[in-house]
Write a protein that binds this ligand. Sequence first.
Ligand code: PHB
Length: 389
Amino acid sequence: MQKRYFLHATALAVLALSATYSIAQNNNFKIGLILPMTGQQASTGRQIEAAAKLYMAQNGDTVAGRKVELIVKDDTSIPDVTKRIAQELVVNDKVNVLAGFGITPSALATAPIATQSKTPQVVMAAATSSITLASPYIVRTSFTLPQASVALADWAPKNGIKTVVTLVSDYGPGIDAEKFFKERLLFNGGQVPESLRVPLRNPDFAPFLQKVRDLKPDALFVFVPSGAGAAVMKQFLERGMDKAGIKLIGTGDVTDDDQLNGMGDGALGVVTSHHYSAAHPSAVNKKFVEAFQKANPGMRPNFMAMGGYDGMRVIYEALRATKGKGNGDELLAAMKGQIFESPRGPMFIDAQTRDVVQNIYLRKVEKKDGQLYNIEFDVIKDVKDPGKK
Ligand code: PHB
């Protein structure tokens, strides 16, 4: 009898426990963070995951009474995989927000799922202008290539650079960079004798660089995605392009803070335009870089980390504003129009476009404390994506 009673009590206790557990599970606010953790874009995944975790460590994992749960998934930057994972996260895990998206095709593949399930999709990395048009549930915390490229096309002709060959990765962001840089340079009286496109996967820059050498422009403008810049730099120097009088310029993706210090002194003097440098001289950024490096020894935060960090902030603040409800439409409404000081500088989510409005900086690679950094020397304030009319 006693034994039976004991068993009964144990069973009840287990039931009660598991009920509590499942209520706790169901009540978690879930963020499905889909990133390339392996493959060609792995540095993007590493940077964004580190930044998202830092944000949570600094701001706690409970917001408006809800425990925030981060579910990190590796999509290997294959868009079909991204889409499948997004579907599983929405249907099985019932995530409140989808986030991450290392490359444009992954962000685009997920857009219909965000729309159908009314789940906000926070794009922390991908940067083709048109992404935000793919779903009314997309909010972007990274940047756009038109935003970054136009500033450089204004700077170049004022600095003795009149003829420029463009070299870009042959997909969304590269085509945006090529188009907006070229149009603006032509408008400013410059010339673009040739526009070259290299494949996104396993590119061999050598034959393209040879062509550039033969054309002998004042400069070569480059866009390649984060993680590919070091290979371009290496081959540019190996071919003696700099010695032949051709300058290397580009969007800041090329002199990515994740790789820059390993590029060697050959990178000194390279001018780029972008929205984030680890050397951005503000108190907020100094604090961010210090904390990031303390939590991730040997790593320097790059612009991808920045997109992840600010993306988490946008999600946290939306959850707080909706008092922990976590409904997709309400979260989305609370993401629109957010304005705050980011480590990158002032940042604003335009309520109309759901895209980021931010400063674009002109930077030059210089040595500081024995390390290579993108040192900002000029700023264009509050730049909206020129890709949207
Ligand atoms: C993109 O695929 O949209 C992308 C990836 C890496 C970058 C910029 C854009 O550095």
